[in-house]
Design a binder for this molecule. Sequence first.
Ligand SMILES: [Zn+2]
Length: 471
Amino acid sequence: MERVERVRGGTIWTENGPVVGDLVIDQEGRIAALVPDVGRGGGAEGGGDAPGSGGGRIIDASGLWVLPGAVDVHVHFREPGLTESEDFLSGSAAAACGGVTTVLDMPNTLPPVSDGAALAAKLEAVRGRSYVDYGLFGAAVAGGEETLAARVEELASLGACGIKVFLGPTTGDIAAPGWGALYELCRRWAGSGLVFAFHCEDRDVIRRAAAEEAHLDPEDYRSLLFLRPRFGELLATDGALRLARETGARVHIAHVALKEAVEAIARAKEDGAPVTAETCPHYLLLDEGDYAAVGRAMKALPPVRAREDREALWRGLREGIIDAVATDHAPHRVPGRRGEPVWSPPFGVAGVQSLVPLLVDAAARGLCRVEQVVRWTSANPARAYGLYPRKGRLEPGADADLVVIDPRARWRIERPWWKSKSANTPFWGREGLGAPVCTLVRGWVVAERGEVVGPPRGELLRPRERKAPPV
Ligand SMILES: [Zn+2]
């Protein structure tokens, strides 16, 4: 039975800590009540799963953890055009099996989702093909300013969850508008709630650095770092933050990887700029010293850098400067080959399925606390994209999106558990503590014991009404 009416006796984690008790789920798939377990001795009643009186299933979670489903605000499911690497069925199956119940999918596909027609086509193509709830980004790409304004208007009115701005080169090579056009765009949409998500690497700086390729050692990871200078990453980050400060537009900094970027975001937030930021597990759990052991599966953009950057990212999370951990799930079917220069594509880490396991394990290893994992993977990303309080919490009225975790079970990143079409992850073969047992989306079991369950039930998340004020 796939519809659940009660999750009984689990340790329910909120962003403020644990409560032992039952979650009652209504017929619409929302949380009806959280009933603390008083007098039953910590949910030790047990008794196994059973049908409930309301016709749904009762999940016995005694001894298990119940976390709000993760909201991964940065995935690339590669539809349309690149489906040999991933598609919505495989990507969302990976999400569901890993405890991610909402994904926001990026627009750098073939063709890119840069106008209303492309978004309408993508909405149609992915409908009924996701195991988890989803939102779709539009992209702001270079073009005439009139055209850009009209395109973003179309994307927003069709329900894009945000607008992605690729300040550096990316898949599909969609150049961002110049700073002047971005300034106009952000001024126009300030106060609307529309989120502009920035990939912060400066194209010009990267182009200039590329002229030095011939002088670099193609095997040395430091060559990649040289070709993607910190300067370019920081310049782009400063520009995006400045847009938020000067215009009041909602700016989200994707995949923060540098210590100085954390400091710049902290200053912007202190000054009241409407800014949020994410980092990714590969920046938190790896640094350049790992390249010798991990090799090409560690290649991401922006690159994984120094130990002190990694430590600054953890501090940024703990201090609330970085809001969220997202994956930048970037599957590539063809892995980098030995002998190819370290700077040749592909770049990216397929990570949507390992997000929750890696962070729950990080908590087990003392790097953070479980309530912080809830805040960083669920509550805060839902807030950043206007999905809270429907998503990101387990309280009455919220969607019953959750993952049940066995805190004593070990996981290992390998097939057949791994559901992405691509295996480009630096964490391949890694083991850890705290394995997902089952995942619910709006009260339906969508994954259990490492396999998807039932038909794809994911729905498009339509953001609240957003309108650019007339200028
Ligand atoms: Zn990305």
